[in-house]
Write a protein that binds this ligand. Structure first.
Ligand SMILES: C[S@@+](CC[C@H](N)C(=O)[O-])C[C@H]1O[C@@H](n2cnc3c(N)ncnc32)[C@H](O)[C@@H]1O
Length: 271
């Protein structure tokens, strides 16, 4: 089993990460809900892999209803604290939350009708093994649904050197720690190669136009800063300068629009 946890925003987990993931969920949430809603049925058992601060946990739990069960896992204790708060605030009673590595899902005492992850496998050094581990916890004809990015596809209109550098740094970090931030491109092929059936794929690429949404960009850079420094990819002063320029040149400049990363939404059934 691979036990390497390189989640780039780990050091920033907590309240700032809660806000960052909340904005991210505003961007990707509607597409996610459209993607998974047809698969959610009352009474089913669902596994949420890498639930983070629980942005989609309550949505899935509500759709499955009190007679169904949701098990949400993540390795990051601080993110799970936020997820637990959300579940309590929403008075949801059918969710179990566990701090665990997704490679260890075999230890969960359940088989699932549905497993879901969003923007998680891209942070894992061996996503194929990860997918196999998750599939092993599905019932026969159980469904896996994953959303993974193609970071290289993000761009600004008009073109901005500071935004280009932001994306370059993320890709360089991925290379340095052995994770693939363009995993979305391969996801459908992986699903087929591991034996999933009736594999489908759709692709979305949201637009970020308002300051409230565009501020995700400098927030993400700040969340990644420790990782970049640890890998020697940038200096503290370059990161500070980039954050400041992202704010002035893009976030608070109505002439700039960002096309976010592409997200590949792929689903398939276990035999
Ligand atoms: C970008 S966040 C996405 C969170 C959530 N899925 C969402 O869309 O809001 C990635 C999450 O994957 C989790 N993660 C990364 N590697 C993991 C692993 N090996 N096992 C469990 N969780 C992991 C991180 O802790 C983090 O919460």
């Amino acid at each position: 089993m691979i036990k390497k946890y390189n989640y780039i925003a780990r050091a920033s987990a907590g309240k700032s990460e809660k806000l960052r993931l909340a904005i991210q969920n505003k961007i990707f949430g509607p597409g996610t809900e459209e993607f998974i809603t047809p698969f959610l049925k009352s009474n089913m058992t669902a596994l949420i892999v890498g639930c983070g601060t629980g942005e989609k946990t309550c949505f899935i739990a509500k759709n499955i209803g009190p007679t169904g069960k949701v098990v949400a896992i993540d390795l990051d204790e601080k993110q799970l604290e936020q997820a637990k708060i959300k579940v309590t605030e929403n008075a949801i009673t059918n969710v179990e939350i566990h701090q665990m590595d997704l490679m260890d899902v075999s230890t969960l005492p359940y088989l699932f009708d549905f497993a879901f992850s969003r923007l998680v496998l891209t942070h894992v050094p061996d996503p194929i093994t990860a997918i196999k581990c998750i599939i092993n916890k599905l019932k026969s004809r159980g469904r896996l649904a994953c959303e993974e990015p193609v970071v290289s596809a993000a761009y600004s209109i008009p073109k901005s050197p500071v935004f280009t550098r932001h994306i370059e740094l993320l890709k360089q970090y991925g290379c340095a720690v052995g994770v693939d931030f363009d995993l979305g491109n391969k996801l459908k092929r992986i699903f087929t190669s591991v034996g999933l059936e009736e594999v489908t794929e759709q692709i979305s690429q949201p637009t970020m136009a308002t300051p409230e949404i565009k501020k995700l960009i400098p927030m993400s850079l700040a969340a990644c800063a420790k990782g970049y420094l640890a890998q020697g990819l940038a200096t503290e002063s370059e990161i500070e300068d980039l954050i400041s320029r992202l704010n002035t040149e893009i976030v608070n400049n109505e002439n700039y629009v960002i096309k976010q990363v592409k997200v590949h939404q792929v689903t398939g059934l276990r035999r």
